[in-house]
Ligand binder design. Structure first.
Ligand SMILES: Nc1ncnc2c1ncn2[C@@H]1O[C@H](COP(=O)(O)OP(=O)(O)OP(=O)(O)O)[C@@H](O)[C@H]1O
Ligand SMILES: [Mg+2]
Length: 315
């Protein structure tokens, strides 16, 4: 397997103040591998170290120890890091651009920094403004834009150099659900069409579940868990809940033999079955119930999600 990013035993301490030094260990021996062509999520509460980790991968910050390989090259080696920067890009949900310049001027400015010719940058900027639906704002100054438009501009900027790795720090923070959904669609589109690798930090577990192939939970600078969302849920025995209310109050047997059953809780006329995957197990469960004299009055399903995993770790 090829990796877009490999991080090994990475640590970072912030030091503040001159006389009375205040130290904050933001990352403590973090290791991770991001397979090429995946969408990788970095999840964790405020202050967990997500932005610090992303900034080190992007070459914006230097670690105290450990190494970072990006696209097979050592990010902490200054001559290699310059080469890497041409092939990656970063965008933040808390975007900050040159305030008095317009949307188009800002993008042209960044395109110039990437060394594009006049013709090339005109074409690329028009194309990206169109794709991110910001053409109507092309002559509006950055300071006058809404949060959503600022975020779309920041994303458009991240695609300027046709990168093979894009780092997104909370790309949908503070956005209306429909605008956030639009941004997720764009990420998916580029991921599928161009096989760009994305590393995304987010607080939004639904977003991680929709987008990410793999996720990493980080708490207080340390990794608590990593893997694909389904394995994480299974590992924590967080299954889908099938809630059934019965018409009659017959004896509800507890000795069900269905595959993937994690837990059964029975009350007088209703029961909750926790299974690994309700789509696979529901037909079997209904079959078993049909063998009894019980009649189903109501059936509800509640799928386990990453939010449950997060809450379990945060405890
Ligand atoms: N420049 C800095 N100087 C000192 N401490 C810092 C600095 N930047 C971050 N920190 C501290 O390091 C820790 C990790 O911060 P970081 O911004 O990486 O967290 P985060 O997971 O991105 O949080 P959030 O979800 O709020 O964006 C926090 O305790 C933060 O206060
Ligand atoms: Mg952050």
């Amino acid at each position: 397997m090829r990796f877009a990013v490999q991080v090994k035993e990475l640590s970072k301490t912030y030091v503040q103040g001159f006389i009375k030094k205040k130290r904050k260990k933001a990352l403590k021996s973090i290791s991770l591998d991001v397979p090429e062509g995946t969408i990788y999520g970095i999840l964790g509460p405020n202050g967990a170290g997500k932005t610090t980790l992303l900034s080190i991968i992007a070459g914006i910050l230097l670690p105290d120890s450990g190494y970072v390989k990006v696209l097979g090259m050592d990010m902490c080696n200054s001559s290699k890091s310059r080469e890497i920067c041409k092939k990656i890009n970063i965008s933040s949900g808390h975007a900050n651009f040159l305030w008095s310049m317009t949307v188009k001027e800002n993008l042209i400015y960044y395109a110039m920094l990437y060394g594009m010719s006049k013709k090339e940058r005109e074409h690329r900027v028009e194309e990206l403004m169109d794709l991110f639906s910001i053409t109507p704002y092309k002559d509006v100054k950055f300071e006058e834009l809404s949060t959503g438009t600022k975020q779309r501009l920041s994303l458009a900027k991240a695609f300027l150099n046709d990168p093979s790795l894009i780092l997104l720090d909370e790309p949908t923070v503070g956005l209306d659900p429909d605008v956030a959904m639009g941004i997720r669609e764009i990420i998916k589109y580029f991921h599928e069409k161009k096989r760009i690798t994305f590393i995304i930090t987010t607080h939004n577990m639904d977003e991680a579940e929709i987008l990410c192939d793999e996720v990493l939970f980080i708490f207080n600078g340390k990794i608590r868990a990593k893997g694909d969302p389904n394995s994480l849920k299974k590992g924590m025995k967080l299954g889908d809940k099938i809630y059934i209310e019965f018409q009659n109050e017959n004896f509800i047997p507890t000795d069900f033999h269905i595959n993937g059953l994690i837990e059964v809780n029975i009350y007088h006329n209703h029961a909750t079955f926790v299974v690994d995957n309700y789509k696979l197990r529901l037909p079997e469960l209904v079959n078993e119930l049909m063998k009894t004299k019980l009649k189903i009055k109501k059936l509800e399903i509640e799928q386990a999600d990453l939010e449950d995993v997060f809450i379990n770790f945060a405890r």
